[in-house]
Design a protein around this ligand. Structure first.
Ligand code: ADP
Ligand code: ZN
Length: 721
C-alpha cells in the first residue's frame, strides 16, 4: 500500500502522510487534488509524492480528482518556494492554484461558491468589508458557509466586495470566461540595429537550451517590448513555451493587445483580477498544452508549464512583483528559479534595473543587452528642476510648470502630472494648538477628502466625519495642509478652466474598466492634462504626451527606507520617460525643495550608471542588499506589552542560536508602530550570505509564541514599514 504525502490547502497548510486506498488502477500521482481527514473535518489537500513511510496510525485519503492540477515537475518548485520563504508548502499551493480549481474538491461534499481575495492591495471602505477581505487574505479562499460562520451578518458586505472586484467568487456563469480571440498575426516591425543585436543573443541562448539570464537594459521608449515579442516568437518556433510577466495588467492593456496581435492564438492572460472561471480556463489551457504563452502578473509565475523555454520579466525592478501579504514571494526571483531549473532563457527588462540585477550583469553573472537609444532616433526628454525651497508658495504648481502647461494646451499637446498622494490634503492642522487629527488604530494622520468631506486613514481605511472644532483645544481653525491629487485637480480646474482634466489614482480607478476607459480617452486625445499617482508612470505609451510634471519629488525621496533613493530614481526616470515618445519631442519639469540631491543629477542626465555607482557605495558601506541579505520579522499583537515581550524573546532566541554571520537588529517598534489596532515590532536579520539567514530562521520553527501574537517572516523584504 502507498503512503502519500499530502499538502493541506487550508490552515495549518502543513504536509502530512496518508494511506492511499485506491489501489493500482488509480495510482497516486503528484498534483492530484484530494479530500483528506483532519481531526473531525474533511479538508482539501494536494498530493506531493508517494514516498511516505507506513505507520499504523495513518488515516486514508477519502476522495481524489481524476487529473493532476499541475505537472509533477512543479512539485520541486513549490517545495523550494516553501523552504525559501519559510512557509508551509500548502500555503504555497493555496496561493498558486486558482480558487475555482481548488473548489473542485470541495464540491465533492458541498457544492458551494468559493470566495477569494483578489490580488489588489486596495482596501475597501467600511469595517465589515475590510474585516472579510483581511480574513480572506490571511486565510486563503473560503466557502460561503465558512464565511457565514465567521461573519454572521456579513453577506451584504461580501456581495459588495464581489461587486467591487476585490473578492472573486467561483461559480459565475461560464460565459464570463473570456476566450482568447483568434486574431491574425500582425507583421513584426523592422527592428533597430540595437534591438537586432539584443535579439540575436537571445536567439543563440534559446538554441542552446540551457539556463541563460539576461538583463535587457533599455532607456524608456527604446522598444524593449519588441524584443520580448520576437523572443517569444522564437521560443515558440522552436516548440517551446514562454511566460511573460508584467507588473500590473490592468495598467497596461496596450501590452496585452500588442502581444495578442502579434502572437495570435495560444496566448492566455493569467492574473488574479480575472473572474475565477476565466482564470481556471487559462490555467487549464496551459496545462493541457492548448496555450504555449502566458502573459500575466506576479501570480502567473505559478502557471503550470511542464518546462519553460523563455521567461520574460518586464520592468523587473517593480516592487509589485513582491506580494506584500500572505506568502511574501517575489515573482521575479521565482521566475529566475524556474528558468534555471528548466534550462530556460530569462529576460529581465528595465530602463531602471534594480541594483541587484544590474550588479549581476556587471559581474558577468547575467548577460547584459543594452538599448541606448530611443526608437527612430527620438531624443530622451529634456528634464529640468524647479527649485521650490524657501519663499511662500501659492498652491502646488510652480509658475514654471503652470507656464509649460499653458503652452502645451495652446499647442494641443497632452501633459502628465505626477503627485504621489491621494485625497485633498495629507492632514488637517489646528492653527491654534498645532494638533493633527490621527487614526487611533494606526496613529497616523488622517488624509482629508474634501469632495466627500471626510477624514480617512490610508492604512486601515477607517473613515470619520471632519470635526467642526479641534478635538484637543476646541479651536475652529482646522486647515488642510499640503496637497493631494484631489486638491491639485481643483487647482488645475481653476487655473485652466477650458482644459480637459482627468485624474488617475486608486480612488478614481476603483471600478472595473475605469482604467481602460481613461487610457482610451488619452489615446484619442479627449484628455489634455492627466494627473495622478505613480499609476500614471507605469509603462504607458501615449504618443502625444510632450510634457511631464512632477509636483513633489521629495515625497518619495525622503521616506525612511534604504531603498528610497532607488525608488525615486526609478519613478522619476519612468515618469519623465512618458514624454516625447511619439513624433514630438518631450520635456519634463521636476519640482523639489532639495535640488542639490545627487539623484536629480542622474535623472537630468539620464545617467543610470552614475546613479548605480553612487548608490552602491552607500549600500556596500551598510551591507544592505545587494551586498547583503535581509529577513524582516514583524511581531504584532493587540496588547503592547505582551507583543514587546514576545519580540524581545524572539530576538534573544535568534541571537543565541543564529550563526555568527547573522546580525540580529532589534526588536524596535515598526515605523508604523500601530496598525489596525495592533502593536508592531520588528527584528531585522542581516547577513552577507543567504545560507546562515535560513539557518537562523530554522531555529524559529521550534519557538512557541503566545497564540495572540502574530509573526510574519519576510524573506528579502521590500516594504520595511
Ligand atoms: P519601452 O522600451 O519603453 O518598453 P516600447 O517597447 O513601448 O518601449 O516601444 C516604444 C514605441 O516604439 C512603441 O510605440 C513601439 O511600437 C515602437 N517601436 C518599437 N520598436 C520599433 C521598431 N523597430 N520600429 C518602429 N517602431 C518601434
Ligand atoms: Zn488607521
Amino acid at each position: 500500500m502507498f503512503v502519500v504525502t499530502v499538502a493541506l490547502l487550508v490552515p495549518p497548510f502543513q504536509a502530512y502522510s496518508y494511506l492511499w486506498p485506491f489501489g493500482d488502477e488509480c495510482p497516486p500521482r503528484p498534483g492530484l487534488l484530494l479530500k483528506v481527514p483532519l481531526g473531525p473535518r474533511q479538508v482539501p489537500g494536494c498530493l506531493l509524492n508517494a514516498d511516505g513511510v507506513y505507520r499504523d496510525d495513518l488515516r486514508a485519503v477519502e476522495h481524489c480528482s481524476k487529473d493532476p492540477l499541475f505537472p509533477s515537475a512543479m512539485v520541486a518548485f513549490f517545495e523550494w518556494t516553501a523552504r525559501y520563504y519559510h512557509a508551509p508548502v500548502g500555503e504555497v499551493l493555496a496561493t498558486a492554484l486558482p480558487a475555482a480549481i481548488l473548489s473542485g474538491a470541495r464540491r465533492v461534499t458541498a457544492p458551494e461558491l468559493v470566495y477569494t481575495a483578489s490580488e489588489s492591495d486596495v482596501l475597501p471602505r467600511g469595517i465589515c468589508k475590510r474585516r472579510i477581505l483581511e480574513w480572506l487574505r490571511g486565510n486563503g479562499p473560503a466557502t460561503g458557509s465558512q464565511l457565514r460562520a465567521h461573519f454572521p451578518s456579513g453577506s451584504a458586505s461580501l456581495a459588495r466586495l464581489v461587486a467591487e472586484g476585490l473578492v472573486t467568487k467561483q461559480g459565475l456563469s461560464p460565459n464570463t470566461a473570456a476566450p482568447s480571440p483568434s486574431l491574425p498575426e500582425v507583421e513584426p516591425l523592422r527592428l533597430t540595429s540595437e534591438q537586432e543585436t539584443a535579439l540575436s543573443q537571445v536567439r543563440t541562448a534559446l538554441a542552446s537550451e540551457t539556463f541563460a539570464p539576461f538583463l535587457l537594459y533599455g532607456v524608456t521608449g527604446s522598444g524593449k517590448t519588441e524584443v520580448y515579442l520576437e523572443a517569444v516568437r522564437e521560443a515558440r518556433r522552436r516548440g517551446g513555451t514562454a511566460l511573460v510577466m508584467t507588473p500590473e495588467i490592468a495598467l497596461t492593456p496596450q501590452l496585452v493587445t500588442r502581444f495578442r496581435e502579434r502572437l495570435g492564438e495560444g496566448l492566455v492572460v493569467l492574473h488574479s483580477g480575472l473572474a475565477e472561471r476565466a482564470r481556471q480556463a487559462a490555467w487549464q489551457a496551459v496545462q493541457s498544452g492548448a496555450a504555449d504563452v502566458v502573459i500575466g502578473t506576479r501570480s502567473a509565475v505559478f502557471a503550470p508549464f511542464e518546462r519553460l523555454a523563455l521567461v520574460v520579466v518586464d520592468e523587473e525592478h517593480d516592487s509589485s512583483y513582491k506580494q506584500g501579504q500572505g506568502l511574501r514571494y517575489n515573482a521575479r526571483d521565482l521566475a529566475l528559479w524556474r528558468a534555471r531549473n528548466d534550462g530556460a532563457v530569462a529576460l529581465l527588462g528595465s530602463a531602471t534595473p534594480s541594483l541587484g540585477t544590474f550588479l549581476r550583469a556587471r559581474q558577468g553573472k547575467t548577460g547584459l543587452l543594452t538599448l541606448e537609444r530611443r526608437v527612430g532616433g527620438r531624443p530622451l526628454p529634456e528634464v529640468k528642476l524647479v527649485d521650490r525651497s524657501g519663499g511662500k508658495k501659492r498652491g502646488a504648481l510652480s509658475d514654471e510648470l503652470a507656464a509649460a502647461l499653458e503652452e502645451n494646451l495652446e499647442r494641443g499637446e497632452q501633459s502628465l502630472l505626477l503627485l504621489n498622494r491621494r485625497g485633498f490634503a495629507p492632514f488637517l492642522l489646528c492653527r491654534d494648538c498645532g494638533a493633527v487629527p490621527r487614526c487611533p488604530q494606526c496613529e497616523i494622520s488622517y488624509t482629508y477628502y474634501r469632495r466627500r468631506n471626510l477624514l480617512r486613514c490610508h492604512y486601515c481605511d477607517t473613515v470619520v466625519p471632519v470635526p467642526d472644532v479641534c478635538p484637543q483645544c476646541q479651536g475652529t481653525q482646522l486647515v488642510p495642509c499640503g496637497a493631494g491629487t484631489e486638491r491639485l485637480e481643483d487647482e488645475l480646474a481653476a487655473r485652466f478652466p477650458l482644459a480637459r482634466i482627468a485624474r488617475m489614482d486608486s480612488d478614481t480607478m476603483a471600478r472595473r474598466g475605469a482604467h481602460e476607459r481613461l487610457v482610451a480617452q488619452m489615446r484619442t486625445g479627449e484628455v489634455d492634462i492627466l494627473l495622478g499617482t505613480q499609476m500614471i508612470a507605469k509603462g504607458h505609451d501615449f504618443a502625444r504626451v510632450t510634457l511631464v510634471g512632477v509636483l513633489d519629488a521629495d515625497a518619495t525621496l525622503f521616506l525612511p527606507d534604504f531603498r528610497s533613493t532607488e525608488r525615486a530614481f526609478a519613478l522619476l526616470t519612468q515618469v519623465t520617460g512618458r514624454a516625447g515618445r511619439g513624433m514630438l519631442p518631450g520635456r519634463a519639469l521636476i519640482q523639489t525643495c532639495n535640488p542639490g540631491h545627487y539623484v536629480f543629477n542622474c535623472v537630468l542626465s539620464h545617467d543610470y550608471g552614475a546613479f548605480f555607482a553612487e548608490e552602491c557605495r552607500f549600500r556596500q558601506e551598510m551591507s544592505y542588499p545587494p551586498f547583503g541579505y535581509l529577513v524582516n520579522l514583524v511581531v504584532s499583537g493587540s496588547r503592547e506589552e505582551q507583543t514587546a515581550d514576545a519580540a524581545a524573546r524572539l530576538a534573544r532566541a535568534l541571537a543565541e542560536t543564529a550563526p555568527s554571520e547573522v546580525e540580529v537588529l532589534g526588536p524596535v517598534p515598526c515605523l508604523l508602530s500601530h496598525l489596525r489596532g495592533k502593536s508592531r515590532f520588528q527584528i531585522l536579520l542581516k547577513a552577507p550570505r543567504r545560507a546562515p539567514l535560513h539557518q537562523a530562521l530554522a531555529a524559529l520553527e521550534r519557538l512557541r509564541l503566545p497564540s495572540a501574537i502574530h509573526l510574519v517572516v519576510d524573506v528579502d523584504p521590500i516594504d520595511m514599514f
